[in-house]
Design a protein around this ligand. Sequence first.
Ligand SMILES: [Zn+2]
Ligand SMILES: [Zn+2]
Length: 447
Amino acid sequence: MNHTGILFFPAFDWSLGDSHPEREERLLYTQEQLFEEGIFDLPQIKQFAPRVASLREALRTQALFPTPQKHMDNLDAHLIAAGSAILLGEARVRREITNGFVLARPPGHHSGATVWGNRGFCTLNNEAILVNHLRAQLGIKKIAVVDTDVHHGDGTQDIFYHDPNVLFISLHQDGRTLYPGSGFVNEKGGPNAWDQTLNIPLPPGTGDEGYHYVLENWVLPRLQDFAPDLIINSAGQDNHFTDPLASMNLTANGYGHITELLRPDLAVLEGGYSIEGALPYVNLAILLALAGEDYNHVREPQKLVRPTLSLSVVKPYIQELQKQHQKINPDFTIQTNKSIFPKGNWVYIPHSIYYDTEGFQENRQDYIRQCTHCAGTVYIESRRPPSPRKSVLVRIPFHACSECEQAGYDLWEQLQKPSEDTTTGILQNQLRDNLYVWHKKEGLKVF
Ligand SMILES: [Zn+2]
Ligand SMILES: [Zn+2]
């Protein structure tokens, strides 16, 4: 018999403010709706209790700067959301369930490889922490993450941008019209993972028909090519026509059909801020679709008011976007004058990341060792102005070749030499699942 897992963690004691869209009662109405509909009485539904992720499980995927300890006061709910994703993901891999839905908050997909605070309501990236846990602990190799939140999943993209074994696909309202302003077709992955990131920016007003067209004609064929061991859906419900933050026109039924088409092994809740008008119905439709039940009767109380783009408009727009996407070729800058780098070609990619919750900018300089054998060692220098001092992440990737592994150790050794301008270093050795945090004053810690 098929089993659909549900893990509910509404985080009733965590919010970003009483009137903030990401507030305590965000999942309250969903919970009531699921009870009313008798979801928990369905024989195929299996409920799971949340668990807390360890700091180590977070650090395996994300570097918390300037030190992990600095975040600990604000991390409880985030660690439970991430731990809950891990718990249900493990249940899926161990075949205790056929698929599942992690209905937890706070969300995570704007949180990237380096973390200085909360951005886009996210501090830890639940799906990314899950993905790397399954690879490190359960030997899963290829995973696809399909992000159907209305906002670009820029944090998840950042974490997996250089990883050829993770296909990241994000469908979202065009970044020219919505936070975080990224996610264009030219963002296709780093030098060792080219074409393993696919961004599909959609025009405001896209509805069910247009969305399903994109899935059937672009997303599903790409997934089939990649043939992942697992598909994870970052399920944001803010494409709904009542969402206060965005301008798309999907219905609860439309979401049910997305789930039916994608057939994710696991859906993990992301955004969705129409907490009475959309979330209860969208979450219900997704659960019914996962459980193989009919979702067509699910109707939200409100009627569509925003104008929807017809398929005759969306279809040529998408076809043109596909053409543009195909034409984009890799164009990377090789760094030649950085003396600390071990031998090899190091590609340089600068970033500037805005933290909207607290209103500051992170400046990043990313370097990736070009490699035809593995994902390549990654070296990231990160600064939070006005401090001129840097915090550094060294990542030796899963399945690293011996040269990239050695390059990672060489960089790590250099980093710990006394210097004026480095505060913290984090070594993510994904190959051996080792984690080290070095701090100028506190010395070296093993996690
Ligand atoms: Zn969102
Ligand atoms: Zn390599």
